[in-house]
Design a protein around this ligand. Structure first.
Ligand SMILES: [Zn+2]
Length: 213
């Protein structure tokens, strides 16, 4: 899943205004924020196999550290704990941890049976929504549109917010209709770049939204 994760981040930041939007988006993406570094160091592997699922040419061969249920839960606890230790409100910290853990369950819905439960264990799960492009795009599109509307409801949003919404949406569309990526390193580097940009940008436009609410 891609923009479906951001949908939960948007909703969480509106439900808990002390949780900055960019931080919420980062938390919802936490496994994907860790993953590119593990790819670049060869700790985890992915292959580009067009048609592996209808939705993505990426075949997730091994990603037990960034994407197993156990490690995602531990990473969520660590990020929520760090947020709290740095002075964040307890409820906001709970949202941070919950968003990170939600990532596994959304990926479980979309991926085929490649989602590990524990590192070093062969059990892999996935409901395979990615085998259908229309189903995936409908579900994720509705989640994203609903979350954007929920986040913006009753507030005058800045142009920067709408540009962020559009950039994420267009990135998603580009992934669906565009050619397969030229290699694993460009995939990893684009994630390395995207995550801090979304964090910074989200916090900036989220603070404006909160001030104007
Ligand atoms: Zn993921």
């Amino acid at each position: 899943m891609f923009i479906g994760h951001f949908a939960l981040g948007l909703a969480a930041s509106r439900l808990e205004p002390r949780l900055a939007l960019g931080t919420a988006l980062l938390a919802s993406q936490l496994p994907d924020a860790i993953w590119p570094y593990l790819l670049l160091t060869g700790t985890e592997t992915v292959s580009i196999v067009p048609g592996d699922t209808a939705m993505t040419p990426l075949r997730f061969d091994s990603y037990p550290w960034s994407h197993s249920l156990l490690m995602v839960t531990l990473a969520g606890l660590a990020l929520g704990g760090l947020y709290r230790a740095l002075g964040g409100a307890a409820r906001a910290a709970a949202f941070v941890g919950g968003l990170a853990v939600s990532h596994w369950f959304l990926d479980f819905m979309t991926h085929r049976e490649d989602m590990p439960v524990l590192p070093g264990n062969d059990l892999k799960l996935g409901l395979g929504m990615w085998n259908s492009v229309p189903l995936t795009v409908t579900v994720e599109g509705l989640m994203y549109a609903g979350a954007v509307a929920f986040y913006a409801r009753g507030r005058r949003m800045s142009l920067g917010f709408w540009i962020l919404v559009a950039v994420l949406g267009l990135t998603y569309v580009g992934n669906v209709v565009g050619p397969p990526p030229p290699g694993v390193t460009p995939v990893a580097l684009s994630m390395v770049l995207l995550v801090p940009i979304v964090w910074w940008w989200g916090n900036k436009v989220g603070a404006k939204a909160a001030a104007g609410a």
